[in-house]
Design a protein around this ligand. Structure first.
Ligand code: ATP
Length: 221
């Protein structure tokens, strides 16, 4: 069965979600109070509604509770974002994902029942900061408030060594969960896997452990 998804708010963030879902062949309903925005995304959506998402009667009329997933991508108008999230949960939408503009906004969204709260600007800022601080970190992903995953470009110190020789777990408490090699990915590599030139190591650990590892590796270069 095809997933039914609705996106409310067609700013840059909401708009890019709609385009991505369209590429993935997912049916999307779009809602925005601005007619121009709805028209702009017409070719990427299955249905477009021009309307105020804080209008409960309108959401009820279009049967919003039939959607598996509703994304509230309204940012600047915090009041509208909060009220829309509240109404969607009251109407029985199973999964509401709301975009937070600030940490406080995010906390309110969690309290009123958003199933998932995303902080795109904060997360992007953190990812860029990690890449700036360590030239070997090519990607960064936060998995909990104190655990992250990094993609680390293996330097010469790693080349032709086996994973067991690196003793990353013993020295730093971090684990290699996968290795990207050319266009392949080695998932859960064995301890005797040899690291090659150009390998990208995907590492998981606490932020503190990963920070110590990044510092040490930068000093070794
Ligand atoms: P982004 O950071 O994603 O680019 P933005 O700054 O362009 O967002 P926002 O103010 O976050 O714009 O709003 C995103 C969209 O949400 C806009 O197109 C706006 O018309 C729409 N929007 C705002 N409030 C409502 C509402 N109550 N009902 C429906 N749409 C709304």
């Amino acid at each position: 069965m095809k997933k039914e998804i609705a996106v409310i708010g067609l700013g840059r963030f909401g708009g890019s979600i709609v385009m991505e879902l369209h590429d993935m062949d997912v049916d999307v309903l779009v809602i925005d109070s601005d007619e121009n925005r709805v028209n702009e995304y017409q070719e990427f959506s299955t249905e477009g509604i021009i309307g105020d998402s804080t209008d409960e009667a309108m959401l009820k009329k279009i049967g919003i509770d039939n959607y598996d997933n509703v994304i509230v991508a309204i940012g600047d108008n915090i009041q509208a974002s909060i009220l829309t999230t509240l109404i969607l949960k009251d109407l029985g939408v199973k999964k509401v994902t709301s975009k937070a503009q600030t940490a406080h906004h995010g906390r309110v969204l969690e309290k009123i029942g958003a199933d998932s709260v995303i902080h795109p600007e904060r997360d992007m800022g953190r990812r860029v900061a990690h890449r700036l601080v360590s030239s070997s970190v090519v990607e960064y992903l936060e998995v909990s408030h104190n655990h992250s995953i990094i993609e680390f470009s293996a330097n010469q110190k790693f080349e032709n060594k086996q994973i067991s020789d690196l003793t990353l777990r013993e020295k730093f408490g971090i684990s290699i969960i996968a290795i990207k090699r050319d266009h392949d990915i080695i998932v859960s590599p064995d301890a005797n896997t040899t690291i090659l030139d150009g390998d990208i190591l995907i590492l998981i650990g606490t932020d503190e452990q990963l920070g110590l590892f990044e510092d040490k590796m930068d000093r070794l270069k």
